[in-house]
Write a protein that binds this ligand. Structure first.
Ligand SMILES: Cc1cc2nc3c(=O)[nH]c(=O)nc-3n(C[C@H](O)[C@H](O)[C@H](O)COP(=O)(O)OP(=O)(O)OC[C@H]3O[C@@H](n4cnc5c(N)ncnc54)[C@H](O)[C@@H]3O)c2cc1C
Length: 408
């Protein structure tokens, strides 16, 4: 592993740490009320984070996935929901900036919006029926060409910060074309006519992401809303996998770090009556802490390495394999670490007022957050064995016997 943390990276980490300290003062309340952390999004804008992964030549900070992973790890320690939702902004801006399929003028337009106009962009490719299993690379939502723009109709789901982001990037199938994998990506303004947010997000964890559902009913967007259109959208999605899918991992790493730090402080402080030493001196506690630290360090190294590969090699099979490895392992590690922290915290940790209780619930989301753990393993197996996904049997019977499922 050849990566190293540069001075620039350290400065970014430091800026993220300061933001996280402020976010932490509101995290419990936003979690309890499942409210949008709008103050945090404003603070991220003021700190110049909206243009973080816009190339320097377009006015952004030109930070790659490695730099963002270091920053996300810090932000998540303050408020994991904020870090995850804000990641959605970077996770859609990044692929647009890096894709050879997106026109230069479109990149410039988006760069201007996020860097100079401070626009926050959500991303909503998921629909109620979306699955990582088979054949859902193409959306059911439809876009129809009309005078001066497009009309979009469809139902979207799990749209983080949808009510407060200035725009939401959505994927829709062009109504008039036939190729099975044809799709277009469009920017829907927050107040677009024909757009409705359905407030359904009342969940176990990541409550302040407000990943609600969205209904688009003949929703009009103008010509300049179009980001990219392709007869086969799969290469666009694959090329952007580092940001689309790989960028969440560090957020969950941050949750594990927070749980580890919190419980380490608790066991060092808590001295049961009748004893002269804190719980930290108990051999079983020490062993649990040691196990957590192994998990944490392995998770961190896998995350950093995958991000570094992404920055240096681009979306090669080795990079994609590393991203899946990292997401899988971080999901398992954060689940183990938050559970052990809850156990060591005892009954005190069960209270809604305990940060460990929130970290436990937020951490539980990690293995199902896209790409889910089983998807990671299934895809990693193919990559490790050098198999073409088109050559393996679909895991379930296809409903398209003529063409077969569209393999991601
Ligand atoms: C907190 C949160 C915020 C989100 N925010 C957004 C957002 O802003 N925008 C957006 O577009 N989407 C968002 N999503 C949605 C997410 O990206 C997925 O699209 C959505 O979770 C897919 O639904 P699913 O998990 O029910 O389905 P599935 O992907 O079908 O997963 C269900 C289970 O099926 C199994 N599985 C799936 N694929 C495979 C495979 N290939 N091999 C083996 N097993 C497999 C796994 O066990 C998996 O856990 C968010 C999700 C969460 C949890």
């Amino acid at each position: 592993m050849e990566f190293h943390i540069s001075e620039e990276h350290r400065k970014l980490q430091h800026r993220a740490r300061r933001l996280a300290a402020d976010f932490a003062t509101r995290a419990a309340q936003h979690d309890r009320d499942a409210t949008d952390p709008v103050e945090n999004y404003a603070a991220l804008r003021d700190a110049g984070f909206y243009g973080l992964n816009v190339p320097a030549e377009l006015g952004g900070a030109g930070v790659g996935l490695f730099g963002w992973s270091l920053a996300a790890e810090e932000l998540a320690q303050g408020c994991a929901s904020t870090a995850l939702s804000f990641n959605m902004h970077l996770s859609v801006v990044g692929p647009v900036m890096e894709s050879p399929l997106v026109a230069r003028e479109t990149k410039e337009r988006l760069a201007k919006m996020v860097v100079h106009e401070g626009k926050l962009i959500g991303g909503n490719f998921s629909e109620p029926t979306t699955s990582g299993l088979v054949g859902t690379a193409v959306p059911l939502a439809r876009a129809r060409r009309v005078d001066g723009g497009y009309r979009i109709t469809g139902r979207k789901a799990f749209a983080s910060m949808i009510a407060v982001a200035d725009f939401c990037m959505v994927m829709a199938r062009p109504e008039e074309t036939a190729p099975p994998a044809a799709a277009m990506v469009l920017l829907v303004p927050r107040d677009a006519t024909g757009k409705r947010v359905d407030k359904v997000w009342d969940t176990l964890g990541m409550r302040a992401t407000r990943s609600d559902a969205m209904t688009l009913d003949e929703c009009f967007v103008s010509d300049d809303a179009l980001i990219v259109r392709a007869d086969d959208i799969v290469p666009f999605r694959r090329h952007g996998a580092n940001w689309f899918w790989g960028s969440y991992t560090a957020v969950y790493l941050g949750i594990a770090v927070a749980a580890y730090k919190t419980i380490a402080a608790i066991v060092k402080e808590r001295t049961p009556p009748g004893y002269a030493q804190s719980l930290a001196y108990h051999p079983d506690v020490r062993r649990h802490v040691a196990e957590m630290s192994v998990d944490l360090e392995a998770a961190r190294l896998l995350t950093y390495h995958a991000a570094w590969l992404s920055d240096t090699e681009g979306p090669t099979p080795a990079t994609v394999a590393a991203l899946y490895r990292a997401k899988y392992f971080v999901g398992e590690a954060v689940t183990r670490i938050t559970r052990t922290a809850m156990t060591l915290g005892g009954a005190h940790a069960l209270f809604k007022t305990s940060p460990l209780e929130r970290l436990f619930r937020d951490g539980a989301v990690a293995p199902v957050q896209f790409p889910p753990r089983d998807f990671c393993l299934a895809s990693l197996g193919l990559l490790e064995l050098g198999l073409d996904p088109a050559d393996v049997l679909p895991p379930l019977k296809t409903d398209r016997p003529d063409v077969g499922p569209i393999v991601r």
